[in-house]
Design a protein around this ligand. Structure first.
Ligand code: HDD
Length: 722
């Protein structure tokens, strides 16, 4: 019998996590929780060593299983209970650990401890999610993405539970269940999964004009991001910063991705759902695994309290953003994700975010959407995680000491000693004691309140169309085209004509051209705006705002991009190698795609490993395509329908198509097959390298084109058959 080894117990911090590569020493807090590596002896949950894990205990070799088999019963019982209810929204998610560093002290505006010292690395856990789909749905559905960040600060956990869209559908939390019921699969038949293109969603949206702004964003390519690493994050609500002296200002929180803001195109997103439903979580996992740590800069828009009423909209209205042209975003720190989870369930699934998890120096505003959220999150964790002690699950434990008089409850872990569990007390020397603001205690920002008790929406929330119009006007032509196409797709799936009519009438209040184009796509006239529309307040200032367009996003880097090289036997191996070196040096990944797995023999006789065969992948999984020369290789690929489709599709999706030497024939073959005018792909983003040698200037042009991300403005895209 093999010598039994004790399970290795890894000392961890209170979050149950081993020290991170960032060097943050969290083990000081430690010991309460131990993360465990698998040992070499199989045991029951009571530590009993198991001698046979293959056969249940039975009466005779062919007899019935005995109830006595406690080992079988324990194993099956645990298995039967391995699922917990999925989140009622944001069920599908992916998470990672990291650190946050502030650039310089923010003491002038907030006393929040983690925003004071640039030398401090605050541990974080981030969870990205889609909203509507179930846990097993596809990553690339058209949807808002959740962007939740937990800062484990010495003053307690601060959760910034935001989205990748800066505004929200509704103004008051009382409408949240209605909104979500409308977008979720319809209750009678549980169809459709992870999709807003159905009657009930648009029925609700077309009845509730405050949703229009967020719907504009949701119909834009922001709702189909290329990667979690390439999307912005927003705290959405107006929060408050409070300084040491108690002076408050309003603040909006932003996350700006270092890789820029980039998206998929719709046809790609649809195909990706089948080719790789885990496209986004895989991308995040692999980036961290490779050491290409995803980064975002943390931004704030600060508005002095005195300026609260200076805008045409209400700061408390979550359907409005503060245009960056009015209040610039100040970048104050950096978030880096540098460690994948050890266990998806224990960490990503069990983390329980809450917008009410604050630290001194950050406070709420009276946004009625935020106020309602404050009830929902604790409440939902109780049914999801099953106990009032969910804060004791390792991923939810604050680094800050937890000391209070709460005891007992389902699955209580902490053993608090002593007989005192009340306050005030003398038997425990008065401990644990409350702390005033000066000693780090949390004090709600004092605000003068007066008014009648009523159910009412402030008239300052009434302008539902100015900001959707600003968003529309700020998009470049191809972005507008994609928005129109998205509306036509979604409303085209609606089976009730009256719903389509109401929705187009709503759009006519945003922009007449938008409404006309959508109406044309749906084959209907633009209906007149609803009664009273002329009385709705409206402003066309500012005219545009650059920050609202993804076309303006920076495009200097190809980090995180994956480029497909199409090859068969006889490929120009030197060209492949030169491209590989250049791409890898620039932080991208190259994959060799061939008709079959295994190896191919290059023109010079060298063997090359194939990463994927054509039937197992598709161009949608890559950011660009390179077709190297090699007569034999190109001839084989020109006769391979999968290879030709690969190039056509990549072109149709606006991706870079590069070819050297004979590789140009494959591009020409694809262009011919796609029905391109004169049998040519026009570009931009089509890079041709003539001659045998793949030279520096060709490679430079390819890299620069990939950094542009996509060329959705290609004039011939509508005509391409792919
Ligand atoms: Fe929410 C989860 C973001 C309004 C009720 N929400 C949840 C998550 C994100 C958001 C990112 C996933 C957290 C995670 O990764 O575990 N929610 C938002 C934003 C909102 C918003 C940005 C508006 C600005 N939410 C909102 C309202 C309510 C809720 C108005 C209810 C009144 N949200 C929930 C919830 C969830 C949730 C039911 C489901 C799972 C969970 O909380 O932990 O409580």
């Amino acid at each position: 019998m093999a010598k039994s080894k004790q399970p290795k117990m890894v000392a961890a911090n209170k979050t149950g996590l081993a020290a991170s590569p960032s060097g943050v020493n969290r083990s000081e807090q430690a010991a309460a929780v131990l993360a465990q590596e698998p040992g070499d002896t199989l045991t029951t949950n009571q530590g009993l060593r198991i001698s046979d894990n293959q056969n249940s205990l039975r009466a005779g070799t062919r007899g019935p299983t005995l109830l006595e088999d406690h080992i079988l019963r324990e194993k099956i019982m645990h298995f039967d209970h391995e699922r917990i209810p999925e989140r009622v929204v944001h069920a599908r998610g992916a998470g990672a650990h990291g650190v946050f560093e502030v650039y310089k002290s923010m003491a002038k505006v907030t006393k929040a401890g983690f925003l004071q010292d640039p030398a401090v690395k605050t541990p974080v856990f981030v969870r990205f999610s889609t909203v509507a789909g179930s846990r097993g749905s596809a990553d690339t559905a058209r949807d808002v993405r959740g962007f939740s960040v937990r800062f484990y600060t010495p003053e307690g956990n601060f959760d910034l539970v935001g989205n990748n869209i800066p505004v929200f559908f509704i103004q008051d939390a009382i409408k949240f269940p209605d909104l979500i019921h409308s977008v979720k699969p319809e209750p009678h038949n549980e169809i459709p999964q992870a999709a807003s293109a159905h009657d009930t969603f648009w029925d609700f949206i077309s009845m509730v004009p405050e949703t229009t702004h967020t719907v504009m964003w949701a119909m834009s390519d922001r709702a189909i991001p290329r990667s979690f690493q390439m999307m912005e994050g927003f705290g959405v609500h107006t929060f408050r910063f409070v300084d040491e002296a108690g002076k408050a200002s309003f603040v909006k929180f932003h996350w700006k991705p270092v890789l820029g803001v980039h998206s998929l195109v719709w046809d790609e997103a649809v195909k990706l759902a089948g080719k790789d439903a885990d496209f986004h979580r895989r991308d995040l996992w692999e980036a961290i695994d490779k050491g290409q740590y995803p980064e975002w800069e943390f931004g704030v828009q600060i508005v002095p309290e005195a300026d609260e009423h200076k805008f045409d909209f209400d700061l408390l209205d979550a359907t409005k953003l503060i245009p960056e042209s009015l209040v610039p975003v100040k970048l104050i720190g950096k978030l880096t994700l540098n460690r994948n989870t050890d266990n998806y369930f224990a960490e990503t699934e069990q983390i329980a975010f809450h917008p009410g998890h604050l630290v001194p120096g950050i406070d709420f505003s009276n946004d009625p959407l935020l106020q309602g959220r404050l009830f929902s999150y604790t409440d939902t964790q109780l049914s999801r995680l099953g106990s009032a002690n969910f804060h004791e699950i390792p991923i939810n434990r604050p680094l800050a000491p937890v000391d209070n008089n709460q005891r007992d409850g389902h699955m209580r872990q902490t053993i608090v000693k002593g007989r005192v569990s009340y306050e005030p007390n003398t038997l425990g020397s008065g401990c644990p004691m409350q702390r005033p603001w000066e000693q780090g205690g949390f004090v709600s920002h004092p605000e003068t309140m007066e008014g009648e008790k009523l159910r009412i929406r402030s008239p300052s929330f009434a302008d539902h169309f100015s900001q959707p119009g600003l968003f529309w006007r700020s998009q470049v032509r191809w972005e507008q085209d994609h928005i129109v196409a998205a509306f036509c797709f979604e409303l085209g799936k609606v089976t009730v004509p009256a719903v389509r009519e109401r929705m187009v009438a709503t759009l006519s209040q945003v922009d007449v051209v938008l409404a006309q184009r959508v109406a044309d796509g749906l084959g209907m006239p633009v209906p007149p705006p609803p009664k009273g529309a002329e009385d709705v307040p409206h402003t066309d200032e500012p005219k545009t705002d650059r920050a609202l367009s993804m076309a303006e996003s920076h495009k200097e880097s190809i980090v995180g991009r994956t480029i497909a090289v199409l090859a068969a036997h006889g490929v120009d191996g030197k060209a492949v190698d030169a491209m590989r070196v250049a791409l890898v040096n620039a932080g991208a990944t190259m994959k060799l795609i061939a008709p079959n797995l295994g190896k191919i023999k290059a023109a010079g006789g060298e063997q090359m490993d194939v990463d994927h065969s054509f039937p197992t992948v598709g161009s949608v999984l890559f950011d660009a395509v390179f077709a190297p020369g090699g007569e034999q290789s190109v001839t084989a690929l020109c006769a391979d329908a999968n290879a030709v489709l690969f190039v056509k599709e990549a072109y149709k999706h606006g991706k870079v198509i590069a070819a050297s030497d004979e590789g140009l024939k494959l591009i020409a073959r694809a262009a011919m097959s796609a029905g391109a005018a004169d049998g040519k792909f026009l570009g931009p983003g089509v890079i041709a390298g003539l001659g045998k040698v793949v030279n520096t200037s060709f490679i430079k042009s390819v890299l620069a084109a990939v950094a542009m991300h996509r060329f959705p403005e290609r004039p011939d895209l509508a005509d391409i058959v792919a």
